[in-house]
Design a protein around this ligand. Structure first.
Ligand SMILES: [Zn+2]
Length: 149
């Protein structure tokens, strides 16, 4: 099977989030047969919900659609390295593969900080692929924060 990245859709969601005044992070959830199950950008401000990160929103939508608390075989694309909360949710949802864009040395929880997937308490570790379209993701974040200064 030919690898097809869904990061372009995640980047679209990140741009849409910036348009709403949200930190530009976007995520896409893809089912084992390659169908886009859910797509979302951050909505923490809109929903007054600190947990409304893009990853959490697609996991919630995917689980609701599947009628299950787990999403085995699913891939999750996100434009920025997941924070510790989202990394933990990814593990709990049994996501098979995580593809992310830019690294997040400040708030990331996969390659930085608590490195959630490297702990023995983490029962499910997804395959992780980083740096996917990282420059496009970084540029979005940089522009967003530069405009707010
Ligand atoms: Zn998060």
């Amino acid at each position: 099977m030919v690898f097809r990245s869904f990061m372009d859709i995640a980047l679209d969601e990140a741009r849409a989030a910036a348009g709403r005044g949200e930190v530009p992070v976007g995520a896409v959830l893809v089912s084992p047969d390659g169908t886009v199950v859910a797509r979302a950008g951050n909505r923490t401000r809109e929903l007054n919900d600190p947990t409304a990160h893009a990853e959490i929103l697609v996991i919630r939508a995917g689980c609701a659609a599947a009628g299950s608390e787990r999403l085995p075989g699913h891939d999750l694309y996100v434009t920025l390295e997941p924070c510790p909360m989202c990394a933990t949710a990814l593990s709990a949802a049994r996501i098979a593969r995580l593809y992310y864009g830019a690294a997040d040395p400040k708030s990331g929880g996969v390659a930085h900080g608590p490195r959630i997937f490297s702990h023995s308490q983490c029962h499910h570790v997804p395959e992780v692929y980083d740096g996917i379209d990282a420059q496009a993701s970084e540029a979005l974040l940089k522009d967003f924060f530069a405009a707010r200064r």
